[in-house]
Design a binder for this molecule. Structure first.
Ligand code: F6P
Length: 340
């Protein structure tokens, strides 16, 4: 059989190990693979190249994606849809493996509904895909953010300042939660909780009094009740570009105004998405890539490989595309216990 594979949406560490898992499992079982360039754009425009084991053996530790990525939606226009289906036929693709977050998997579901054999692999540094315990990319991105927070701690301590670190994650607070816990922040602001300025200012004052500095982690997705920065800018799938709002800088201004404590902010943005995948992400992505091929060979059309506890399972794309996974009450309770 002939497999096609693509990576769509925002890149993250782990995409290359996942591609490698697809190619090495498929060839182990006697099948061939072609890679589509730049996500669904490559399917629509027929940009494909064969992927042999030699092409992927050495990419386990590389960040980004050797296939390239885009936020192209192949079902946005009827002509793009027709072109994409024709290209899949022209390339003789029996199964398509779509590696991506909710937008990419949503397009995979559309393809499945139109009768093409497709399986999905969830990825995103946001960790917000439903039906899976973790997505790869999240561990690597959060590890980078924790490193940034530790560096900010050194300078905050020297200058007796408060520093706010803004992290990505869209409308889910997983990266902020992991950074806050892993980096020992005094306050972590999540999109899953209403913004409480009184608590924020009190915690910052207490921290500065107790140890001379304060560290705050702010998720880019928090709602301050008013538009901040360049609010409203959107990507191709209609998602607001949240970093344009400058939430971290706005929180820092409010802390300084409310406490009189000198406060700075840092926005590490796409730095979180670069660099080598962590071991956790290498293992998870490798397993999911191979599992997607196994699902296809078992005839499980329209399924997505997910992590459930220790096991990799297949679930329908519909189940993964239900409600996005948000930080739940138990995690929030733990976070606040650890902030004290
Ligand atoms: O979904 C991954 C993510 O990194 C989000 O955390 C962030 O809001 C968004 O992508 C940024 O998108 P772009 O790379 O298009 O600027």
């Amino acid at each position: 059989m002939k497999f096609g594979v693509l990576t769509g949406g925002g890149d993250c560490p782990g995409l290359n190990p996942a591609i490698r898992g697809v190619v090495l499992r498929a060839t182990q079982r006697g099948h061939t693979v072609v890679g589509f360039r730049d996500g669904w754009k490559g399917v629509r425009d027929g940009l494909a190249r064969p992927l042999e084991p030699a092409d992927v053996i050495g990419i386990i530790d590389e960040g980004g994606t050797v296939l390239g990525s885009s936020r192209t939606n192949p079902f946005a226009k009827p002509e793009d849809e027709a072109k994409s289906l024709a290209q899949l036929r022209a390339h003789g693709i029996d199964w398509l493996v779509a590696i991506g977050g909710d937008d990419t998997l949503g397009a995979a579901r559309e393809l499945h509904r139109r009768g093409h054999a497709v399986v999905g692999v969830p990825k995103t540094m946001d960790n917000d895909v439903g039906g899976t315990d973790w997505t790869f990319g999240f561990d690597s991105a959060s590890t980078v953010a924790v490193d940034a927070l530790e560096r900010l701690r050194d300078t905050a301590r020297s200058h007796h300042r408060a520093i706010v670190l803004e992290v990505m994650g869209r409308h889910a607070g997983w990266v902020a939660l992991a950074t806050g816990i892993g980096g020992g922040a005094d306050v972590t602001l999540l999109p899953e909780e209403p913004y409480d300025e009184g608590r924020l200012l009190a915690r910052v004052r207490e921290a500065v009094q107790a140890r001379g500095y304060a560290l705050v982690v702010a998720s880019e997705g928090i709602d301050l009740g008013v538009a901040a920065g360049r609010a409203g800018a959107r990507d191709e799938f209609g998602h607001e570009l949240l970093r344009e709002r400058g939430i971290g800088a706005e929180v820092a201004r409010r802390i300084e105004r409310g406490t009189g404590i000198e406060t700075r902010s840092a926005q590490i943005g796409h730095i979180q998405r670069g660099g080598p995948p962590t071991l956790f992400d290498r293992l998870l992505a490798s397993r999911l890539g191979a599992a997607a091929v196994d699902l296809a060979l078992a005839g499980r059309r329209g399924e997505v490989a997910v992590l459930r506890g220790e096991r990799i399972e297949g679930i329908p794309l519909d189940a993964a595309l239900g409600a996005p996974k948000r930080v739940d009450a138990a995690w929030r309770d733990l976070l606040h216990a650890l902030e004290r």
